[in-house]
Design a protein around this ligand. Structure first.
Ligand code: KIV
Length: 266
């Protein structure tokens, strides 16, 4: 008999730091992918607002709506049995006032089987993080490059303001965040932040010293049309695999090879 795998929870995620166990995080936006990632042992699945770019083909993460995030969160939540599932609060939810942010995050948790939210920002978001936590909603912070602020930051660039980044990280932890994404931060600074905080840091373009790593699944699988950011490692070339399979299918339909008698009913 197959027993259910032990669920990764917010406390067990936090404990991984003390255990020195590196944390593997990936994004997912649909049922089959989320199931595959879960069965393959990923610790955390992030329903990232990157879906705006990766799934919806938009230029930035700004256009995706709360309803669209909930739609995908519900689908992913249904697929996952083991991993902790975290959902991004879309732009500009975390900046529309504490009450609205709590309402939005509560909708995500009520309408999906997901367990936590992630929001971008450090020191300026401490009130929102604290309010969410006191409402019983676990929060993952996100500092460094914050894609929702791409226009303010002048592009997708490595963030180098050491003092500000350390302050943001510490402020997020003090406000009650259970984990922190560090995006596009020099590796030495990410290492220092990781040592200073008691909550796990999850790096993306932040070097190997972080407590865990996150990548966008379409980048890892080689589906995203290039060029990819320097921090991505492509583990497969599904673009080529899918394109080959589809070209072969088209050819076989056109020259009558598919379907053969094997795929037909008597
Ligand atoms: O939206 C997202 O996918 C993210 C990760 C890349 C950290 O925020």
């Amino acid at each position: 008999m197959n027993s259910k795998p032990e669920r990764v929870t917010v406390p067990s995620f936090r404990a991984m730091k003390g255990q020195g166990r590196k944390i593997a995080v990936l994004t997912a936006y649909d049922y089959p992918t989320a199931r595959l990632l879960d069965e393959s042992g990923v610790d955390v699945i992030l329903v990232g607002d990157s879906l705006s770019m990766v799934v919806q083909g938009r230029e930035t993460t700004l256009p995706v709506t709360l309803d669209e995030m909930i739609y995908h969160a519900e689908i992913v939540g249904r697929a996952v049995e083991r991993a902790l599932v975290v959902v991004d609060l879309p732009f500009p939810t975390a900046s529309t006032g504490v009450h609205k942010a709590v309402e939005a995050a509560a909708r995500i948790l009520k309408q999906s089987r997901c367990q936590a939210v992630k929001l971008e920002g450090g020191a300026e978001q401490t009130e929102v993080i604290a309010a969410l936590v006191s409402a019983g909603i676990p929060v993952m912070g996100h500092v460094g490059l914050r894609p929702q602020s791409v226009h303010q930051m002048g592009g997708y660039k490595v963030q180098r303001d050491e003092q500000r980044l350390m302050q943001d990280a510490q402020a997020a932890e003090r406000a009650g965040a259970f984990g922190l994404v560090l995006e596009c931060v020099p590796a030495s600074l990410a290492a220092e932040i990781t040592q200073t905080l008691s909550i796990p840091t999850i790096g993306i373009g932040a070097g190997a010293a972080c407590d865990g790593q996150v990548l966008v699944i379409h980048d890892l699988l080689g589906i995203t049309p290039g060029p990819l950011p320097r921090f991505v490692k492509q583990y497969a070339d599904l673009h080529e695999t899918i394109s080959l399979a589809v070209r072969q299918y088209c050819e076989e339909v056109r020259n009558g090879v598919f379907p053969s008698s094997e795929q037909a009913f008597k």
